[in-house]
Design a protein. Structure first.
Length: 319
């Protein structure tokens, strides 16, 4: 089951030349203890995308994979679990791991998301720190950077909406992290992504093919549908409501799918349902357009009081 990405659009200025940046460190990939096996020259490995919220990690993952493998929105903490996307060529395979944005947690859910994001940093071949070209590098970026080794890579995203001078300034400031390499990209238009991919492929050690050629997403279909529902709700709700929404599939008997939407208060339930069910109808229509023809999607809303502050509820929801 797959979803279509919007058509890419051209835009933004040409990216600056990086020749004036400090010399890059010489680095190599991890070996994963597979040196004794013969992979006939095939290269593979794992790359994680980390950063603070709203820097475009999930949009970048979708651009790399060529289709939608992670939901996106303009709301912080859209990604709540590790999301894997697979990029395969005849000679190599990279498993990309998108992570929740690392932030200062205010709830048990926030603490769990930070743990999820941090847990993958030591188990990959390359860590990519994604920063926003249009926002100053601040304490949040430096906090994440401090968790990475010198062989990490900086990806300056959203260059399509940044001025040339902003991109140059951001690259110069990012060079203070003294990481291995720096790439200006636009996940929205795809510009700069091929150069990033070429570099990362060169960093992969010899290894096995972890996924079949045709697979680009490692997420069970029920979880993916629940995420699609949450994505649409994030687009139509405001203020504290998006953070209070969780979704899960409670019935999967194709073509019938029932998705339960959890909120934390009765007032939020009314907002999510909408006047005469208008919000649920809009969400359901948008999600069905991304499912195989004939799917029957039923949405139900239930109050789970203060679920994001309760570790037992967080565990039950799979976060």
């Amino acid at each position: 089951m797959s979803a279509d990405l919007p058509d890419e659009q051209d835009g933004g200025d040409d990216f600056p030349d990086l020749d004036d940046l400090p010399a890059d460190a010489q680095v190599g990939g991890e070996d994963f203890g597979l040196d004794d096996m013969d992979f006939e020259g095939f290269r593979s490995g794992f790359v994680t995308l980390v950063g603070r919220p709203n820097v475009g990690k999930s949009t970048l993952l979708n651009a790399i994979c060529g289709e939608k493998v992670a939901i996106t929105s303009d709301k912080p903490q859209t990604t709540r679990t590790q999301v894997r996307g697979v990029y395969t060529t005849p000679e190599a395979q990279i498993v990309f791991v998108d992570t929740p944005g690392i932030h200062r947690p205010r709830t048990a859910l926030g603490e769990r998301l930070n743990t999820t994001a941090s847990s993958v940093l030591t188990d990959v071949d390359v860590a990519c720190l994604v920063v926003d070209a249009t926002a100053p590098i601040g304490p949040g970026d430096r906090f994440v950077a401090a968790k990475l080794g010198p062989d990490a890579v900086v990806v300056v995203n959203k260059c399509d909406i940044a001025k040339q001078s902003e991109i140059i300034d951001q690259l110069a400031k990012a060079s203070g992290f003294e990481f291995a390499e720096y790439f200006p990209v636009s996940a929205r238009t795809g510009k700069g992504v091929p150069e990033l991919l070429e570099y990362l492929l060169g960093r992969m050690p010899e290894g096995p093919k972890y996924y079949p050629d045709e697979q680009v997403k490692d997420m069970p279909d029920p979880q993916w549908v629940a995420e699609l529902v949450r994505e649409q709700l994030l687009r139509v709700t405001k203020e504290e409501v998006p953070h209070s929404i969780a979704t899960r599939v409670t019935e999967w008997e194709w073509p019938r799918i029932r998705v339960e939407i959890l909120v934390e208060r009765d007032s939020q339930k009314g907002i999510v349902i909408g006047k005469k069910g208008a919000v649920l109808k809009k969400v359901g229509t948008a999600v069905r357009h991304q499912l195989p023809q004939g799917a029957f999607l039923e949405l139900q809303v239930r109050v789970e009081k203060d679920w994001q502050r309760r570790p037992d509820a967080i565990e039950r929801l799979g976060y």
